[in-house]
Ligand binder design. Structure first.
Ligand code: NAD
Length: 282
């Protein structure tokens, strides 16, 4: 049988901790505050930002959505990120994608102060992660590890395969698994014979954005599969990258979509924000 590795209860637990810390901070005169910079009309981005704002409100974090419009120039975005970085009342800063005119998030996020970079988007944060130094880790990659730990999946010495190598998910997830002594393989768009690489995985993390990419032929019995993908369906729903019906019964565990990585990601963004606010008092 395949265990459903839900993230809902874990996210709730994380938010409860955040609520306590946020209240203590507010009491101490440091109300925690997150700023989300948006420069797109994209519907799914708007949906994601609303879910962050709602979760923030519930935990007592002020969340400002700074909408610069879909035609914002890169310099305008940089200026805004720098101003928020300099504002002592702001503790967390996120830059949403997509960005106008194909501007690169890696480039613009360099204007987010690393100590407020709660989604680990500044190349400095990514570099520190690679070097094994303290840094904010991209929330989605952190959520992958949080789920594996929550379900007590051993990592040291085990074969972990990550499919996808983006700076927001695949690469940092691979770094985190490496830090925990897993033997890590990273697959991507140019990988030949994907199934030959994923089948030996004891831990399989999939972050591509292609519904049904991973089927029965890609997994082995006993594998733990973390499905990061979110793909909208025609009927307004959401599915992951893993064909859940095809692998259920074979793998040991699989995160559902929705209700797996997503809620944990949002909860960790809030946790990072109160961590940043707590440090600002020191
Ligand atoms: P991306 O487009 O930046 O990267 C996709 C990666 O997949 C690339 O590295 C590419 O090389 C690889 N890839 C593409 N086709 C492939 C194939 N056929 N075989 C193997 N690899 C292939 O995407 P991203 O930002 O990393 O996001 C990945 C998915 O995760 C998306 O569905 C996204 O919506 C989702 N996501 C979910 C959360 C969450 O909180 N649940 C957060 C971020 C992203």
């Amino acid at each position: 049988t395949t265990a459903v590795l839900s993230g809902v209860a874990l996210a709730k637990e994380i938010r409860a901790g955040v609520t306590t810390t946020a209240a203590a901070l507010a009491e101490a005169g440091i109300p925690p505050r997150l700023a989300v910079v948006v420069a797109t009309d994209d519907e799914s981005t708007a949906w994601y930002v609303r879910s962050i704002a709602n979760a923030a409100a519930k935990t007592g974090i002020r969340c400002d959505v700074v909408d610069l419009g879909a035609d914002a120039k890169p310099d305008r975005i940089r200026t805004e990120l720098a101003a928020l970085s300099a504002d002592p009342t702001v503790h967390g800063i996120m830059l949403q994608t997509p960005l106008p005119g194909g501007a690169s998030v890696e480039d613009l996020a360099a204007s987010i102060a690393p100590d407020k970079d709660v989604d680990g988007a500044n190349p400095v944060s990514l570099g520190r992660l690679s070097a094994g130094l303290p840094a904010f880790v991209p929330a989605t990659a952190a959520a992958v590890l949080e789920l594996l730990d929550h379900y007590e999946v051993p990592l040291a010495g085990r074969r972990a395969v990550v499919v996808g190598r983006s700076n927001v998910v695949g690469k940092p997830a691979a770094q985190l698994l490496l830090r925990r002594d897993a033997t890590v393989t990273v697959c991507h768009r140019y990988t030949r014979d994907l199934a030959a690489h994923t089948r030996p995985a004891e831990i399989l993390v999939v972050a591509v954005g292609r519904a049904g990419l991973i089927g029965a032929e890609h997994v082995s019995p006993g594998a733990v599969v973390i499905d990061v993908g979110t793909n909208p369906t025609a009927d307004g729903g959401l599915v992951g990258d893993v064909d859940a019906a095809a692998v259920t019964g074979s793998v040991a565990g699989l995160t559902p979509v929705p209700g797996g990585v997503g809620p944990v990601t949002t909860a960790l963004l809030l946790r990072h924000t109160v961590e940043s606010a707590s440090r600002s008092t020191a």
